[in-house]
Design a binder for this molecule. Sequence first.
Ligand SMILES: Cc1cc2nc3c(=O)[nH]c(=O)nc-3n(C[C@H](O)[C@H](O)[C@H](O)COP(=O)(O)OP(=O)(O)OC[C@H]3O[C@@H](n4cnc5c(N)ncnc54)[C@H](O)[C@@H]3O)c2cc1C
Length: 254
Amino acid sequence: MLTIREYKKAESLEEAYTLNQKKSNRVIGGMIWLKMETLNVGTAIDLSGLGLDTIEETETEFRIGAMASLRALELHEGLAAYTNGAMRESVRHIVGVQLRNLATVGGSLYSRFGFSDVLTMFLVLDAQVELYKGGIVPLSEYAERPKDRDILVRIIVPKKNAKFNYQSVRISQTDIPVLTCASVKDENGYRFAIGARPARAQIYAQPVDKTAEQMAEAVRAEIKTGSSLRGSAEYRRHLAGVLVRRAAHALDAE
Ligand SMILES: Cc1cc2nc3c(=O)[nH]c(=O)nc-3n(C[C@H](O)[C@H](O)[C@H](O)COP(=O)(O)OP(=O)(O)OC[C@H]3O[C@@H](n4cnc5c(N)ncnc54)[C@H](O)[C@@H]3O)c2cc1C
């Protein structure tokens, strides 16, 4: 059970950061994951008064506040157009609309879950995270870091001339995924972010002159998978090939 002694609606990022330096205190996003933990929280630090729930689109990038909900990602027309629908596809299987209305992008990326559709998708978008003290760092680097006590402020997605796709395999519609695969094709070739291996998503790059079958074979040979309740390492390796082939066909289609 989660117990919270005190609650503070932060009035500034500095206040949130300072409170968060105390080990027993916790930032709260949508609290969807936190509330399932067995944890005694001293002060729950609420970021909801800091205007971090917006998604701004400029000519060159998207700036997504850490408190933006997964539902907001799903419904944002600019993100849908830029990602060829992949952003929507990456979140639409996550439990249900009510949960996606609460769960935040900040809580999702901070948690760096192996099964995370959100992390898989943002990795392939070449996203950066803005940390209050730590500044702007590539998400690929942030994902590998141990959790610290900085505040994730926003996620920055640069706009490029690229095409995106998202695929996942789930045993049932709203379960956590057995394997995730976000992909991009641009002038540098193809990149496939594959997550729920069951470890965290990793990028597999392939040159532009390979066929879908060759890329599937190459990723199958390279990928490191493991076994869990949802599938064996061998099954995941097989699925990785299937998803890469499907993604490559989708990226090549007009
Ligand atoms: C039943 C269930 C099924 C799920 N299925 C999926 C799935 O299929 N695919 C998927 O991708 N995800 C899934 N999720 C995860 C979910 O999408 C969210 O990632 C998760 O709930 C965390 O988001 P939150 O906003 O609720 O974070 P919280 O639970 O509020 O916080 C999680 C952690 O992040 C920290 N935190 C929150 N915001 C910040 C911030 N701005 N800066 C620093 N630290 C912060 C908190 O202190 C805490 O440690 C599932 C969750 C549940 C409960």
